[in-house]
Design a protein. Structure first.
Length: 164
């Protein structure tokens, strides 16, 4: 994969299946070292599904190689309740394509788009696994969070923010 040419494009509704596949191969494998089996069995299957409204929002990006293989995805939304704040959403990289700058490129596009939309701050609910990545992108931890996914099922995360 050395020298892989990446194309970054905006996702469409037609990409939901490909995003589902990416999340299903990424999250279970990459999060395993940082979460107990109970979270891996209950919560990870729930977060490993594409969010159709996000994928179709015009604010979700796909990174593809020259053969059209989906190697990364991620997007953003305006965070409800906080004026001028965006939220990074559903960022994932194919486990076979880590450390190639894919997530960095996607988040760079997210930061640019949120800034262009007039927002001043961006946050994320990072997995424990992704905290070092987000710190390298200028985010700072603001504390632990639990994302309620269903009755009795929570995903432990880290709330992070940075200025745009």
């Amino acid at each position: 994969m050395a020298g892989t040419v990446l194309t970054l494009r905006t996702a469409t509704v037609a990409d939901i299946g490909a995003v589902d596949s990416l999340l299903a191969r990424s999250y279970p494998r990459l999060l395993k070292a940082d979460y107990p089996p109970s979270v891996m069995v209950t919560a990870v299957p729930l977060i490993s599904r594409a969010r159709p409204d996000l994928v179709a929002s015009g604010r979700y990006y796909l990174a593809e190689d020259a053969d059209g293989r989906l190697l990364g995805a991620g997007g953003w939304s305006i965070r409800g309740g906080l004026r001028g704040v965006a939220e990074v959403r559903h960022l994932a990289t194919d486990p076979g394509a880590l450390r190639k700058g894919i997530a960095r490129r996607i988040v760079g596009s997210v930061l640019d788009a949120a800034r262009d939309a007039g927002l001043v701050r961006i946050g994320c609910l990072s997995s424990r696994t992704a905290v070092p990545f987000y710190e390298a992108m200028g985010f700072r931890a603001a504390g632990s969070a639990e994302v309620t996914l269903a009755a009795g099922i929570v995903f432990p995360a880290v709330r992070m923010f940075r200025m745009l």
